[in-house]
Write a protein that binds this ligand. Structure first.
Ligand code: CO
Length: 253
């Protein structure tokens, strides 16, 4: 039913400031920016390999994004899966009485979109999107690889994601952990909440870059708070708009 992670949504205080890190320092190309008045947000999509990063700034105080920002500060907000027919997907979910935020699909930045209730997905806010012409992989110096989700019971959570979205399982030998998704299309790594500070929901984002040296140099120039390893960088949330961000080296075929 779904074919890849279309984007990961991040709530930020100010879009123009978030560009400083996500577009200028990481180098993710801007795909599209728009005001969405009926949602009370200003939003942007940035290319990150096969997937995208969506930045969301609230422009009115009385919507879900503004409430999220007031309550939790900047950070990971939702994950969006691409589907060839969001209306059909929504119909199927409705028939199974899956709790939805949008009973009907509507126009969003990523195309025709709809949100499920976080109650449907173990506390994670999930969006489905059908882009007008599909999305192509875009050249970007850093690519989305994996979203880490803290779960009370990772295996139970994985089973419900498989049931709701048909997400394939990616083999890992992780015991308590589960991985779903697509190598190349983005994966979800479900880990026990106890491993990630007792947090349920999205806790971290992993990305890959073919070359670490120029990236580390750009991060250093931007005075980003980070830990630099031999082939990886971990950026602290205060420098990446609330996101625990891990970037490692990846050799492209
Ligand atoms: Co979105």
């Amino acid at each position: 039913m779904v074919t890849k992670i279309h984007h990961v949504g991040i709530v930020v205080e100010r879009l123009d400031r978030a560009y400083g890190f996500w577009r200028d320092t990481l180098g993710l190309p801007l795909v599209r920016q728009a005001e969405i008045p009926d949602q009370g947000v200003r939003a942007a999509l940035l290319a990150a390999g096969e997937s995208e990063i969506e930045l969301l700034e609230p422009t009115t105080p009385d919507n879900g994004v503004a409430r999220f920002l007031a309550r939790r500060g900047e950070g990971l907000h939702h994950v969006c899966f691409e589907t060839p027919d969001v209306d059909a997907a929504l119909g199927g979910l409705r028939a199974e009485a899956v709790p939805l935020l949008d009973e009907r699909a509507r126009q969003g930045l990523a195309g025709r979109i709809a949100f499920l209730s976080p109650a449907a997905c173990h506390g994670v806010l999930v969006e489905l999107a059908t882009p007008p012409h599909g999305t192509q992989s875009q050249d970007s110096p850093v690519r989305l690889k994996r979203l880490v989700i803290g779960c009370r019971e990772p295996h139970a959570a994985a089973r419900s994601y498989q049931r709701l979205f048909g997400l394939p399982e990616v083999a890992i030998n992780g015991g308590a952990r589960c991985m779903l998704g697509w190598e190349g299309g983005g994966t979800l790594l479900m880990v026990p909440a106890a491993e990630v500070g007792d947090v349920e929901g999205m806790v971290a984002l992993s990305m890959v870059a073919p070359e670490m040296a120029p990236l580390a140099e750009r991060l250093q120039r931007a005075a980003a708070a980070m830990l630099v390893g031999a082939a990886e960088v971990t950026v602290e949330p205060r420098s990446s708009h609330g996101v625990h961000l891990h970037i490692s080296r990846y050799h492209f075929p």
